[in-house]
Design a binder for this molecule. Sequence first.
Ligand code: FES
Ligand SMILES: [Fe+2]
Length: 397
Amino acid sequence: MRHERQMELLDRVAAAGPGMAGLHAEHSMVNPAAAYTDPGRFETEQRLLFREGPVFFALSCELPEPGHHRTASFDGIPIAVIRQPDGGLRAMVNACRHRGAPVLAPTAEPYGPVSALRSMSCPYHAWTYELDGTLKARPASYGSFDDVDRDCALHPVAVAERDGLVFVRPGGTEPIDLDAVLDGAADDLADFGIADQIHVESRVHTWNINWKLVLDTFTEVYHIRTLHRATIAPYFNSDCMIFEPMGRNMSATAFRKNILEEMDKPRPRRSILPYATIQYFVVPNALIVFQLDHFEVWRIEPIDVRTTRTTTSVYATSGPVNDDLRDHLIKNLDVLLEVTGTEDFPLMEQIQRNLDSGALPEVMYGRNEAALSHFHRSLDRLLQPGAKANPGADALR
Ligand code: FES
Ligand SMILES: [Fe+2]
């Protein structure tokens, strides 16, 4: 992160005053509980945000070489993304054109580096496909399909890659407008050198909560002093994050309690990085977290209104990834998943049940939870009839 950007954030903390009140949003927000529980709302979110998309798929470094592939599903659509021999990416529906079997097995969990494919073979009747999805052969069919007048390539979907980030449009092939997707976060994300990361490991979990509760977890630090009193509370400020709206997206930075010690240094030598957890929310489903010496990324896949799959990944900022570095990064991932998995998400599951009971008509987001309000306002805007979630998506409606 550029020095002047770091100084902007540091100066805001230094000027924030008691309780970090200077970092508060102008307004609080009341959100209907139905935002987390209503199947109709969920169906609209799935269609507009996750089917028409675009959605975040992976970091480029998870698919570094030709034949490297990853799978995921959005609004039930199974998607495979494959690195091509020319270095580009192709995305396709991971369902065989014969009778619909998944051609590529779901990525095994937990997962690290992938092996490179030369072609793809369906596990049901062995139809084989090139890496770009075109049909290569129908072994042992002896002309049985010669009278089929269909192109039998795997159905393509749009994919786009910039600055180390990969997005797909699960529902179609209309090109992805990355300026609209990255909306305000593009410069910062480009600046972090995400394209040069090295993927170390990912873990997949399923939680019984609405997908937005996963992201809500990371939008405020107000809960740290109580929920995390036994773990991270001694180290982290629990008053307010540094929130920055970035169009539909946003950044929210948590920081250590001793951050203002940095103000004792001459300005050119100050850095926020040793104190900060800098998070970028790329709507709808990516949380990209910059720590001092590594990145963590959360990818969100909603399953149903109250079930969500999360993929949490850790990356090294430079190679080679020797055993010590790998151990260090995996320990970081373990701690992150331990705290969120034993403290945050079990409570979120209780919150989901309480909201599902219908006894609580609404929830409140305080002025000290600015990123939380922005996230939900941003979604509300994108879900309004006629909203331009992405100009290229119009043809899908
Ligand atoms: S379903 Fe794939 S070859 Fe038959
Ligand atoms: Fe938390």
